[in-house]
Design a protein around this ligand. Sequence first.
Ligand code: PLP
Length: 368
Amino acid sequence: MIAPELHPPVRLLMGPGPSDTHPRVLQALAKGTVGHLDPFYLETMNGLQDMLRQVFRTQNPMTMAISGTGSAGMEATVVNLIEPGDAMVVCVNGVFGGRMVDVAERAGAKVTKVEKPWGHVFTPEDLAPALASKPKVVGIVMAETSTGAHQPIEAISKAVHEAGALLLVDAVTALGGVPLEVDAWNIDAIYSGTQKCLSCPPGLSPVSFSPRAMEVVMSRKTKVQSWYLDVSMLANYWGQNRVYHHTGPINMTYGLYEALRLILEEGLENCFARHKKNHEALRAGLAAIGIRYSTQEGHILPQLNAVHIPEGVDDAKVRSTLLTRFGIEIGAGLGAFKGKVWRIGLMGYGSRQANVLLFLSALEQVLA
Ligand code: PLP
């Protein structure tokens, strides 16, 4: 039996990701596949790396796209910096900090968790006791997708470096939605994902390692636990030599390439301003129907709006009605926020005035 031809339903992806893919990215994905060592592809890799450096705001030579989703970027940054027995501090205020703890423990790190209530962010003072034990690496999530919390990085980075540690940042939901400065904030290792504010489908994880982080990687005593994600080997493919390591995901590279062109054409500052403006419009509309945010005031992400589900409202029924009647997907709460919170994404191409207005009117009808 042959399974039927695919006809995906038309959806408006306003959840925590994936977000809607830009039409120009879809077109780029459909371009002809070439070999992974074809001169054309090597040029495409150069262009992609150059644009990624601009979007990450870094000069780091070791900036590339890992073949895999955001979690592959998380693994890549952790397993390259950590050797068994190394001390790592991980900040946990939601699901993804928790995932980083698991990844670090599997890599053999001795992990110290620093915790804050869900929806809240960390201050340098929160980290002080853990930093006193002189960890090798500190991991933190800049945009916690499970809570909508926007973590300030700069002051934390200063405290981490004063303690002699390396700073590892999760920017899966942050990149392209809010200002992010890899060099100015002295970030040592960072990873993102294509399916949030970059308007691409899931499949690649942009990463960047500072020269200091690369020195740590190159002077390891033990082999990196993962063959696939070993940056010293990936450096031969993504660096000058362009030596085969694994087969690059050619068409996804085209997609990310086009997505980065879109962001740079718009201009990073304009892109952040658009995310902020549409978030403010959504927030005003939600306030008018009595819906409040669940995130610490002053630290709300424009691209991920986590709001309290109003008293007496059937969470699953509202979400499924939005999907079946209006084609709109929003996200449920995870973990501690399960059944209490909705997560409304306005990410990348999805952050548009028309989407805000359509969502607000659909929600009002569903709640009526
Ligand atoms: N980190 C954060 C903050 C995320 O939001 C996600 C995914 O939603 C991940 C990591 C994991 O990325 P992926 O699901 O693409 O593997």
